[in-house]
Design a protein around this ligand. Structure first.
Ligand SMILES: Nc1ncnc2c1ncn2[C@@H]1O[C@H](COP(=O)(O)OP(=O)(O)OP(=O)(O)O)[C@@H](O)[C@H]1O
Ligand SMILES: [Mg+2]
Length: 408
């Protein structure tokens, strides 16, 4: 039996390995994502090519950007990263990039336009450079975005030995840089989807390795499945499961540790997740069914952008309630979820009878499921069964399966 001091040391180490709140910053704990890395690495090998990484909130964009340079075996490479903030302009952004690159623009005059930036980089850089510009979605200044697109073009046209990697939350590159036809050939688009199960399992594997802990494949897959493709939840569940095992003097994580982890993950979710769940589902009437309908939405089959239809909510809701539920019985709930009164947790698009819905904040979706399990609204076995079903609906010839979800 370990003494308390050494237990605490291990307990703390678990929290350095499983980091639900922070991006990965070293290759040792970075899992999967090989196809995406290869695309960016290829782009950086070719002069004139740049890359754009985009996807849902929380899928792992920053983590990938953080470890990119470790995959580029060039010792002469300079790699820097800056984050955009809401009040940045083209000039403030590039001033920060130059500071990171240890280039003092004062000597050549402050760069104010794309060609100044191009000139300065060309004059002052010794050797190749990788410049990551993250959180591009936060940049409010439209002019800054179009100047950034012009910078990509200028760097590309002059074959400057710099690779720009633009990173941000978006469904498509247009959403980030607007009309991008002028830079289409200069930029490799790398969409970041949710992580597949085997990569989520790899996160748990690598972390446990680092901690000299073990677990069964079944336990790792269970943590992976409950994460719904979002690595944040893999870290959150693995963190609590491993800490519980450490406090119990065990090196192996067992299924009961995951049960505990689900409860803790729900209790310790961020304040903003907790309050948007409360706002969305609160009701003075115990039979209002807002919680069950939101849970069914979280479990409904979705397309690759996270959209689902009212038709696709029927089956999970019927299984959760244990009786057949048709659209009219929950259409009102769906509508309410899109209104400010319930925090607009769902976004609605499309037209009448062809509406699509999705979670405004994708990070809420796995929380709704974990909360449903923790609070006994749904059995975990049923969750796994519905997840399995929705995978097959989606993968069965996109159109058939997908269209079927509309018929009402
Ligand atoms: N490839 C990976 N291997 C291991 N853990 C990962 C990986 N990618 C992401 N994570 C973990 O998932 C969580 C979210 O990752 P990250 O912050 O990189 O996502 P993001 O897409 O940049 O999020 P945001 O949209 O909020 O900026 C973090 O806890 C991070 O440690
Ligand atoms: Mg990020």
């Amino acid at each position: 039996v370990a003494d308390n001091a050494s237990k605490l040391v291990r307990y703390a180490k678990v929290a350095r390995v499983f980091t639900p709140g922070a991006p990965i910053n070293s290759q040792a704990l970075f899992a999967g994502r090989m196809p995406q890395i290869m695309e960016v690495v290829n782009a950086s090998m070719q002069r004139g090519q740049h890359a754009m990484l985009y996807g849902e909130r929380g899928v792992g964009k920053t983590s990938l950007a953080n470890v990119l340079h470790e995959f580029l075996s060039d010792a002469t490479l300079t790699s820097v990263k800056v984050n955009c903030s809401t009040n940045d302009t083209f000039v403030t952004l590039w001033t920060r990039v130059f500071r990171e690159l240890a280039i003092d623009p004062e000597l050549d005059g402050t760069p104010v336009d794309p060609d100044d930036v191009r000139y300065l980089l060309q004059q002052r850089l010794v050797g190749p450079a990788l410049v990551v510009i993250d959180e591009l979605d936060r940049l409010d200044d439209d002019e800054a975005l179009s100047l950034l697109a012009d910078t990509v073009k200028a760097l590309s046209d002059h074959s400057v030995d710099v690779t720009l990697v633009l990173v941000g939350v978006a469904d498509s590159i247009d959403e980030l840089v607007g009309d991008h036809h002028s830079i289409e050939r200069a930029i490799v688009q790398v969409p970041m989807q949710r992580m597949p199960l085997d990569e989520l399992v790899e996160i748990v594997d690598k972390g446990l390795d680092e901690l000299d802990m073990t677990s069964t494949q079944a336990v790792k897959e269970r943590i992976g499945r409950l994460s719904e493709g979002l690595p944040h939840y893999t870290h959150l569940l693995a963190l609590h499961a491993a800490q519980y095992a450490v406090m119990d003097d065990r090196d192996a994580i067992d299924p009961a540790d995951v049960d505990v982890a689900i409860k803790r993950a729900v209790q310790k979710a961020t304040q903003s997740i907790q309050s948007s769940y409360q706002l969305a589902t609160r009701s003075p009437r115990p039979d209002s069914q807002f919680e069950q309908v939101l849970l069914a939405c979280a479990l409904a089959p979705k397309n690759e952008l996270g959209y689902f239809t009212a038709g696709s909510v029927r089956r999970p809701l019927s299984r959760i309630m244990g009786e057949r539920k048709e659209i009219p019985s929950f259409a009102r709930h769906l509508n309410k979820f899109t209104e400010p009164g319930r925090g607009a947790v769902l976004q609605k698009s499309g037209e009448s009878r062809r509406f699509f819905y999705r979670f405004a904040n994708p990070v809420l979706q796995p929380f709704v499921i974990l909360n449903g399990i923790a609070r006994g609204l749904v059995e975990e076995d049923l969750v796994l069964e519905l997840q399995e079903e929705s995978r097959s609906v989606i993968s069965h010839g996109e159109d058939d399966g997908w269209q079927q979800l509309f018929d009402d």
